[in-house]
Design a protein around this ligand. Structure first.
Ligand code: TYM
Length: 341
C-alpha cells in the first residue's frame, strides 16, 4: 500500500493540520481542508495531520480530545483525502514533532511569541474565565514550526488566521539555517481565493471558530444536519441597507454570506452580489449551497465512522511514513545545534 503513494512525486512538499479542539466547522472546510482533498493531494507529496498536541495548550478534557481526534481523522478521509495519495496521521504518533519543537524554542525569542495574535486572544480569554495560561500556549508556534519544518515543507495550505504563524515559521527556519547551516526548507502559506476567513454568522466581525464547549448558532459544523445548517444560515446577522452589495468592511454579514456562497458554488462574491435583490434570497441560496457541499462529507463520515479499524490502520501507516520522512531532517538539526549524534 505504501508503495503506491505519491511518494517522491514531482511537485512541492505540502503539510497542513487541524487541531482537535472542537467539532470541525465550515470555516475549516472552506478555508483549508477542501483544498487539501481537491487540489493539494493530487499535485504533491502531501501530509495532513491531526495536531492533537496543540489541543493541550488550553484547558482540555482528555476523553474529548481523544474523541475529537478520531473524528477529525475520520472527517479528513470523508472529505476525500486518499491514503493512497497522501499521508494522514496524528501528530503525537510521531516523536519528531516534539523533538524538533524544543529546538524551535531554542531558536525563537520570547518577544516574537508574545506578539502572536492567537496567543494574545486566547490568553486574554483564559484570563477572563479566571483560568491560568499554559506555557505551551505561548510556545505553540514553536511546535507548529516543527510540524512544518520537519518535513521539508514548501507549501502550507491554511486559512488567513494562520498566516502569522507560518510567517514566524519562515523566520525561524531562516534564523536556524543562518546560525547552524542549511537544514530547513523555508515554507510559505497558501490561502484559498475566497473564504480564507469565514466569519461567525451571528458575529460577522469574528472568525467562525470551533473552540469552546457549547455549540454556537453562528457556527456551521461540518456534521450539522441539513435542517440545522439551513436554520443557522437563514438566521445569519445581516447589515443595514436592503440592497445586496459586497462591502466587507461596511457590511461584514452580507459579505460573509457572499463569500460562503461563492466558495461553495465556485463563483465570485462581487459578481454574485449583483445577482441578488434581497437578503432573503441570498440567504436561501447560501443555505442550499452549504447543505449541498457538506452532504457528501456527512454521508462518507457516517460510513467511515462505522469502521474504526480502517481509520486506525490508515493512521498507523501514516505515522510510520511520516516518521520515516521526518527523522533524518530532525536528526540533522540535532547534530547541527551541537547535540552529540
Ligand atoms: P485550526 O485547527 O484552528 O484550523 C484548521 C485549518 O482551518 C483554517 N480555518 C479557517 N479558515 C477560514 N475561515 C475560518 N473561520 C477558519 N477557521 C479555521 C485554519 O486556518 C487552518 O488552516 N495552528 C493550526 C493547526 C496547525 C497547523 C500546523 C496548520 C498546527 N500545526 C502546521 C498548518 C501547519 C490551527 O490552529 O488550525
Amino acid at each position: 500500500m505504501l508503495g503506491t503513494r505519491a511518494s517522491g512525486a514531482a511537485g512541492p512538499r505540502i503539510f497542513s493540520g487541524v487541531q482537535p479542539t472542537g467539532h470541525l466547522t465550515l470555516g475549516n472546510y472552506l478555508g483549508a481542508m477542501r483544498r487539501w482533498a481537491e487540489v493539494d493531494q493530487h499535485r504533491a507529496e502531501a501530509l495532513f495531520c491531526v495536531v492533537d498536541m496543540h489541543a493541550l495548550t488550553v484547558e482540555h478534557d482528555p476523553a474529548r480530545v481523544r474523541r475529537l481526534s478520531r473524528q477529525a481523522a475520520t472527517l479528513m478521509l470523508a472529505m476525500g483525502l486518499d491514503p493512497e495519495r497522501c499521508t494522514v496521521f496524528v501528530q503525537s504518533h510521531v516523536d519528531e514533532h516534539a523533538r524538533l519543537s524544543y529546538l524551535m524554542e531554542c531558536t525563537a525569542a520570547d518577544g516574537e511569541m508574545r506578539r502572536m495574535i492567537q496567543y494574545k486572544e486566547k490568553a486574554a480569554a483564559a484570563a477572563l474565565r479566571g483560568e491560568s495560561v499554559r506555557v505551551s500556549l505561548l510556545t505553540y508556534p514553536a511546535l507548529m514550526a516543527a510540524d512544518i519544518l520537519a518535513y521539508g515543507t514548501q507549501e502550507v495550505p491554511v486559512g488567513a488566521d494562520q498566516a502569522q504563524h507560518v510567517e514566524l515559521t519562515r523566520d525561524l527556519a531562516e534564523r536556524f539555517n543562518q546560525r547552524y547551516g542549511p537544514t530547513f526548507v523555508v515554507p510559505r502559506a497558501t490561502h484559498p481565493k475566497v473564504a480564507a476567513r469565514v466569519m461567525d454568522l451571528q458575529e460577522p466581525t469574528s472568525k467562525m471558530g470551533k473552540s469552546g464547549q457549547g455549540r454556537k448558532t453562528g457556527v456551521v459544523y461540518v456534521l450539522d444536519e441539513a435542517e440545522v445548517v439551513r436554520k443557522k444560515v437563514m438566521r445569519a446577522v445581516t447589515d443595514g441597507g436592503s440592497d445586496v452589495a459586497y462591502e466587507p468592511d461596511e457590511r461584514p454579514g452580507v459579505a460573509n454570506l457572499l463569500n460562503v456562497l461563492a466558495a461553495c458554488t465556485g463563483g465570485d462574491p462581487e459578481k454574485l452580489a449583483g445577482a441578488y435583490g434581497s437578503y432573503g434570497t441570498l440567504k436561501k441560496d447560501a443555505a442550499d449551497a452549504v447543505v449541498e457541499v457538506l452532504r457528501p462529507v456527512r454521508e462518507r463520515h457516517a460510513a467511515l465512522a462505522a469502521d474504526p479499524a480502517y481509520v486506525d490502520g490508515v493512521l498507523r501507516d501514516g505515522a510510520e511514513r511520516a516518521r520515516g520522512l521526518a527523522r533524518p531532517r530532525v536528526d540533522a538539526a540535532y547534530r547541527a545545534v551541537g547535540l552529540l549524534a
